[in-house]
Write a protein of this length. Structure first.
Length: 322
């Protein structure tokens, strides 16, 4: 018997001499439709015009506060997920959440460290230059500069909107931690407007972010293809005519007191109820259940009446306070 195995015997030990064909199987992967960016044809021409106009008046106002700023211009308007927008901002950064009443959602103004560091350096003679982002917190001086910068942005922004649609811009909060900034859920889309600030020849960005649904009531303005964004002359008149025909429930609150349920159940027709109100006392006139005016009781043409003397001001005027 030979001490060596033949080729046939070797092939038999290794699998019978038959080569198995390797079959590649393709695995199907689920398609994430949320990754598909929806791009509206034509973009936001109305919003483009608004920010072009705002940049002009803001440039004059911010230069009076920080003379080292040479130019303010609009860079781009894009749509992206809120998570992607927050993640691309270098830290530290200032996040100002503000509202534009009567629009419902909140918007965001982001001032990152490149703006702040270069403003401080240029104001104190160091010049504007690319800074290494160190991740440190802002100093008290830098926070004061951010406060003045944001105030100028929001006041001028409200003024430019008055020619388009009357809004009341109000700052809600200022955050330094991006995890505390929630104007929409991370996966929702936002309209991002990036502005460019020229500080002694160095361009640095700051940004606005608006929820997509925020401008839905103003879609005819934001998506307008026309160059003019002025409100039509008859628009306000038509709105006032419609408002004048709205029915409202008016209620006079003569007095307010407490009583036992037993006393309430014992009331009958003809029972006397003593009201804690005098002839010259001011009483509340409720409009749709909310106090809007103060009035005084009286008579007119042999009927009981109330004369309005003032508006209710403060937290009870029916407006929602943040």
């Amino acid at each position: 018997m030979s001490e060596f195995l033949s080729q046939e015997e070797i092939d038999a030990l290794l699998g019978g001499g038959k080569k198995e064909a390797v079959v590649e199987t393709k695995r199907e992967k689920p398609f994430d439709f949320s990754k598909v960016e929806k791009i509206k044809k034509g973009g936001f021409p109305g919003l483009e015009v608004i920010f072009e106009r705002w940049a002009k008046i803001f440039r004059e106002e911010i230069r009076s506060l920080f003379p080292v700023i040479n130019m303010v211009s609009k860079n781009s308007i894009t749509v992206m997920k809120f998570r992607d927008f927050i993640n691309k901002i270098p830290l530290p950064a200032s996040y100002t959440i503000f509202t534009m009443k009567p629009l419902n959602e909140s918007a965001l103004l982001v001032i990152d460290s490149r703006v702040v560091f270069n403003l401080v350096s240029a104001l104190f003679g160091g010049g504007a230059r690319p800074f290494k982002i160190e991740g440190r917190d802002f100093t008290k001086l830098e926070l004061n500069i951010i406060h003045d910068f944001v105030d100028t942005v929001l006041t001028s922004f409200e003024r430019i909107w008055q020619t388009v649609y009357p809004v009341e811009v109000e700052r809600k909060s200022v955050e330094l931690n991006p995890f505390l900034v929630r104007i929409v859920s991370p996966a929702e889309k936002v309209i991002v407007v990036e502005m460019i600030l020229d500080i002694e020849g160095l361009e640095v960005p700051f940004s606005f972010a608006f929820p997509q649904m925020m401008f839905l009531p103003l879609k005819d303005i934001i998506f307008s293809e026309t160059s003019s964004l002025e409100i039509p002359a008859d628009w306000k008149e038509n709105i006032l005519k419609k408002l004048s025909k709205v029915e409202l429930n008016l209620t006079l609150e003569l007095s307010r007191f407490t009583m036992l349920v037993e006393e309430l159940l014992n009331l009958e027709v003809g029972s006397d109820i003593i009201l804690n109100v005098k002839k010259d006392d001011s009483i509340k006139l409720m409009v749709a259940g909310k106090p809007k005016f103060t009035a005084k009781l009286g008579r007119y043409d042999k009927k009981y009446a109330a004369m309005i003397v003032d508006r209710v001001k403060g937290e009870e005027d029916g407006r929602e306070r943040e």
